[in-house]
Design a protein around this ligand. Structure first.
Ligand code: ZN
Length: 285
């Protein structure tokens, strides 16, 4: 990491009326990839980190995380205050990523029928489910669990990657917001890093049996389609602790774990955070 100290522009000094211009620190650009949860660090003692003007939590040792939207293209801006009180900034260049795109003829898309009767009972139920999921991620807790090194919650074939998308003719369907790990029904699912269980409920109509784990500072894991749940809301789970078992509850065509991660509402790719799949599991596939 290289930092350049430059004199602040004379015009800025005139506006602020500062007697001696404070040097401005401009660091080399940083890069990230679309859909990445970037975990990085600035020099210890840095403070008031902002991403495009929005505050981002940073620990005293300078470590921080931020999620990059799957469809963001271009450059974002990080600004902060250095240990000695200077303002600093650095560009965050987001590199595009190749996504798995399934191109299908437009005729395969099921058109919404404007004359179909509304299923109010289903709508009410769905609204309540969505509200529970939203409430589970409403609080941004101060836990430092996000700093742990990630482990596989289950091993098996990755049946759908994060970001995969179907396009019907010219019309894109919504992209896959997590990673799917296919494994036999009943395979244990463990917590990839520690956290606090915020939701353990189901079966929901789409998610099936779902567990949402709060890893702190706006980072959450959602584990879906479980056949069984072994934790309850409020439990603190250790890394590697069993939270449930793989199943096919909710909208699912076969036993698999859907693991979705969000950082302050931004969906990020869990696969990019994982070490290579353990060798033993590779052999068992
Ligand atoms: Zn999935």
């Amino acid at each position: 990491m290289r930092f350049l100290a430059l004199p602040v522009l004379a015009a800025t000094a005139a506006i602020t009326g500062a007697a001696a211009p404070m040097p401005l620190v401009i660091a080399d650009p940083m890069t990230a990839v679309q859909g990445e949860l970037l975990i990085s660090a600035l020099p210890a003692g840095s403070r008031d980190l902002r991403l495009d003007g929005q505050p981002v939590h940073m620990d005293a040792d300078g470590q921080f995380m931020l999620g990059v939207d799957r469809d963001f293209a271009g450059t974002r801006r990080l600004e902060w205050v250095t240990r000695d009180g200077r303002s600093a900034h650095r560009d965050l260049v987001v590199r595009p990523r190749e996504w798995v795109i399934d191109r299908l003829p437009a005729r395969l898309m099921t058109p919404a029928d404007p004359n179909a009767p509304r299923n109010l009972e289903w709508e009410r139920m769905r609204e309540a489910e969505v509200a529970q999921v939203k409430a589970a991620r409403a609080e941004v807790s101060p836990w430092p669990f996000w700093r742990a090194t990630f482990q596989w919650p289950a091993t098996g074939r990755i049946s759908t990657h994060f970001g995969a998308q179907r396009v019907y003719g010219e019309v894109p369907a919504s992209y896959h917001g997590g990673m799917d790990i296919a494994a036999p029904h009943g395979t244990p699912v463990t917590s990839p890093i520690p956290g606090v269980v915020r939701l353990a409920a189901g079966p929901f109509s789409l998610e099936g049996n779902i567990v949402i784990i709060d890893h702190g500072r706006g980072l959450y894991s959602a584990m879906m389609h479980l056949s069984r749940i072994d934790v309850k809301a409020g439990d603190i789970v250790a890394q590697g602790q069993q939270i449930g078992r793989i199943g096919s509850t909710g909208r699912s065509t076969g036993p698999h774990l859907h693991w979705g991660m969000t950082w302050n509402g931004v969906k990020v790719d869990p696969e990019a955070l994982l070490p290579p799949m353990p060798a033993k599991a590779e052999q068992a596939r």
